[in-house]
Ligand binder design. Structure first.
Ligand SMILES: Nc1nc2c(c(=O)[nH]1)N[C@H]1C(S)=C(S)[C@@H](COP(=O)(O)O)O[C@H]1N2
Ligand SMILES: [Mo]
Length: 315
């Protein structure tokens, strides 16, 4: 783990060349183990039927890769579902640096490779439920968020962790758009106990390949019991905080989006019901509508995090 601000670090260690080598090593050692075949061709390491995966019901199937990588929300590239797949290649994700700040012993500016080095990504097949009432089942590869955050030694004052996406209008056309009302950069947050929950994942791959830009390269959060908007993409800043951070969607429409954003079929969005969802692939004639589960089906794992809270008020 290197902190670019520590004086003893020699400049040769942060040359573009070493960054390049580190990234190649990351892919070879990490994602290789998680799903790339020896020949380098991508094969999903999961079988399409995922009934034996914890949390998933028998008969639930993986959402096909082409849908996972072409039906996206990533407003930095536009508001339509196909904008991210069309325009996210305009973003440069290498080199990538991450600022760590706030209540921790190791703040600083880190190279992405240094933060993830030494980790072998695990495969996690998760249900993913968007607040717009569609859902998917996705095979992610990633590192438990807790293991990453612990590297920065958060202090006892850290009760929340805030994540921020890149602000780079030159490469993110949605940030230049006059139609976007979002106050960039995109910000999300978790309570520390949520961040430390074993289901919280920092994904670096999907379907056995490095994350495509439209899915949040080089790394993005995945919090499967919360609405999709909590799963922030292309993170450049991690800040440990005493007080609850203000998140992008909360600032945008506080009556519609709360800090917690736990999937809850009993609490409607003011403009639509959350009782059911369209499981992709879904079409007009085959909507594939299924009931939405409390905590997106992960209640047995996470409900205790919210004991004593009124989830209608803290939505
Ligand atoms: N930076 C950033 N992260 C984001 C978003 C976004 O617009 N910008 N959209 C969120 C929403 S609303 C959803 S549903 C998921 C979609 O993730 P996916 O495209 O990988 O399925 O990303 C989330 N993360
Ligand atoms: Mo979403």
């Amino acid at each position: 783990m290197r902190n670019r601000r520590t004086p003893e670090l020699s400049s040769s260690e942060i040359t573009p060349e070493s960054v390049f080598l580190n990234r190649r090593r990351l892919l070879a050692a990490g994602l290789g183990a998680a799903g790339l075949s020896a020949a380098g061709s991508a094969v999903p390491s999961a079988s399409p039927m995922v009934g034996s995966t914890p949390g998933l019901s028998p008969g639930e199937e993986l959402t096909p890769e082409d849908i996972v990588t072409s039906y996206n929300n990533f407003y930095e590239f536009g508001m339509d579902k196909d904008d991210p797949a069309r325009y996210a290649h305009e973003l440069t994700t290498d080199p990538w640096s991450v600022e760590v700040a706030g209540e921790c012993a190791k703040p600083g500016e880190y190279a992405f490779e240094d933060i993830v080095s030494g980790f072998v990504p695990e495969e996690r097949i998760y249900r993913f439920r968007c607040v717009e009432a569609w859902s998917m089942v996705v095979p992610w590869q990633g590192v438990p968020l807790r293991r990453i955050l612990e590297r920065f030694e958060p202090s006892g004052n850290a009760r929340y962790v805030e994540f921020t996406t890149l602000y780079r209008p030159s490469e993110m056309r949605g940030q230049r758009s006059l139609f976007s009302s979002i106050d960039w950069p995109y910000v999300e947050g978790l309570r520390m106990d949520e961040a430390y929950h074993p289901l919280s994942l920092m994904a670096v791959g999907v379907y056995g390949k490095p994350l495509p830009n439209q899915n949040g390269a080089p790394w993005r959060l995945v919090v499967p019991w919360k609405y999709g908007f909590k799963s922030i993409k292309s993170i450049v800043k991690i800040r440990f905080a005493r007080r609850q951070p203000k998140t992008t969607w909360q600032l945008q429409a506080p009556q519609e989006y709360g800090f917690y954003a736990n999937v809850n079929p009993d609490v409607s969005h003011p403009r639509w019901s959350q009782a059911s969802e369209r499981r992709l692939p879904s079409s007009l004639f085959e909507p594939n509508r299924i009931p939405t589960l409390p905590f997106n089906g992960y209640g047995a794992e996470v409900a205790q995090l919210y004991q004593g809270m009124d989830l209608r008020r803290d939505f």
